[in-house]
Design a protein around this ligand. Structure first.
Ligand code: UD1
Ligand code: CA
Length: 452
């Protein structure tokens, strides 16, 4: 078990935004939520977030997260931030420090760091940088043991030449950490209480200071500007694409897929360019997703093909269905196997039975559609009277002629045929032809008016 303190009080001036920095999103998720998720993947018993700048916005955005907030106003430095969280920390377990604006640290890296802490050792996550400018430098003694961290602005010329830098992420035994935090001073170039000064205090007390490194440098990159945010988004996108490719998913272009959530795929799935996946999406074996689709919180059964430019949100699609191009499935659209939903068809809160087809320009809302139904071009379920919603039931084998309106509540019986252009306001009996449209007349000898 461990305590985790996430520092998120800073302003983020360079984002040029009214939003607090940690509430900007990466892969559709707040920066800080990436950090909180990583913390929760560890054996975290106490999760504290230090907020300061725009604290209320951050707290309300995270209201559903089980975290304890600590307010830091004014912000007197990273050491000061952890000082304020200290009273909340369980002294029986170590404390890990993370940052709300460093979103991509991998859990496996943090686990390696955790393995190095005990009552006499703390552990720092460090990286080698060809250009270490701006970072705290890791100073080692003649034996190679870490003796302190010196900030850029306080460093000597020799220290500035050190290429091993502090990522800021560290884990320490909590009793000792609390003691060192009490001893921090702000007599330094920035007049701040530096968390990094804890290292020299620990070394003086004879504690061992272990270091660990992330698998990739991007794991410890922070977001300070929109450019850095875009850079991390690109890195994250490439990582997700690589994981999909490794799992056997076919991607037309690994740089042109955006996964903003959890995408799982069966065997031999293929995804064409510029698709966006949001929330929890599952694509079963042999699913094909055409170019430029957006798929959110949707499950798609084996062998189904989604043609380009389709938008699926909150849908459950069976096997071997054909969706799109330009189809729109809205929440609670449930499509059985072998269904066809064609271009410019919108389906909302409706079930469509096996083998049924809605191929062109239709709206199906609040409807229960049986098996082997054919819904013609331009058919609309009129489900809304401006105040309330009503159900349409279309039983197995019905045929709804083009450009018909089914005014709900209404039931179309099994095997019924509705003539094209009908406005159906009463139930249509099974196996009969029902027509509800003006009769066609021809006026013989009628002449078009001529210009006077
Ligand atoms: C810090 C480290 C530096 C390290 C670098 C890595 C210190 C003194 N220095 O420097 O060694 O190389 O991170 O990026 O720790 N924050 C608060 N309250 C505060 C100050 C900061 O919550 O009073 C938060 C910020 O929101 C930010 C993080 O702590 O998320 C780091 O603060 P920042 O001022 O960016 O630290 P650096 O100067 O970059
Ligand atoms: Ca600073």
């Amino acid at each position: 078990m461990l305590n985790v303190v996430v520092l998120a009080a800073g302003k983020g001036t360079r984002m040029c935004s009214n939003k607090p920095k940690v509430l900007h999103t990466l892969a559709g998720k707040f920066l800080i939520s990436h950090v909180l998720d990583a913390a929760r993947s560890l054996d975290t018993s106490k999760l504290c977030v230090v907020v300061g700048h725009e604290a209320e916005q951050v707290k309300s955005a995270l209201a559903n997260d089980e975290v304890v907030f600590v307010e830091q106003v004014p912000q007197l430095g990273t050491g000061h931030a952890v000082q304020l969280a200290a009273p909340l920390l369980d002294e029986r377990v170590p404390t890990l420090i993370l940052y709300g604006d460093v979103p991509l640290t991998q859990v496996r890296t943090l686990k390696r760091l955790l393995a190095k802490v005990d009552s006499r050792h703390l552990a720092l996550l460090t990286v080698q940088m060809s250009d270490p400018t701006g970072y705290g430098r890791i100073v080692r003694d003649a034996q190679g043991k870490v003796s302190k961290i010196v900030e850029q602005k306080d460093a000597s010329v020799d220290e500035l030449a050190i290429s091993e830098v502090n990522t800021g992420i560290l884990i320490a035994p909590t009793v000792a950490l609390k003691k060192w935090l009490m001893q921090l001073s702000n007599k330094n170039a920035q007049g701040e209480y530096y968390l990094t000064d804890v290292i020299a205090l620990a070394a003086n007390d004879g504690f061992g200071i272990a270091t660990e490194h992330p698998d990739a440098q991007w794991e410890t990159l922070g977001v300070n500007s929109k450019a850095q945010l875009a850079q991390l988004e690109t890195i994250h996108r490439a990582q997700v694409a690589q994981r999909l490719l490794d799992a056997g998913v076919g991607l037309a272009d690994p740089m042109r897929i955006d996964v903003r959530g959890d995408l799982t795929c069966g065997m031999d799935v293929f995804i064409d360019v510029n698709c966006v996946f949001e929330g929890v999406v599952h694509l079963d074996d042999n699913v094909k997703i055409g170019a430029n689709c957006v798929v959110r919180n949707t499950q798609i059964g084996a062998g189904t093909e989604v043609a380009p430019f389709s938008h699926l949100d909150g849908a459950i699609v069976g096997q071997k269905a054909k969706i799109g191009p330009y189809a729109r499935l809205r929440p609670e659209a449930v499509l059985a196997n072998d269904t066809h939903i064609g271009n410019f068809v919108e389906v909302k809160k409706s079930t469509i039975g096996e083998g049924s087809k809605v191929n062109h320009l239709a709206y199906v809302g609040d409807a229960t559609v049986g098996a082997k139904v054919n819904i013609g071009a331009g058919v609309i379920t009129c489900n809304y009277d401006g105040v309330n919603k009503f159900q349409t039931i279309i039983e197995d084998g019905a045929f709804i002629g083009s450009d018909s309106q089914l005014v709900a509540p209404v039931t179309i019986g099994a095997g019924a045929t509705i003539g094209a252009g009908s406005t159906v306001t009463k139930d249509a009996p099974a196996n009969e032809l029902t027509l509800a449209r003006g009769k066609q007349v021809t006026i013989r000898g009628w002449k078009r008016p001529v210009k006077r």
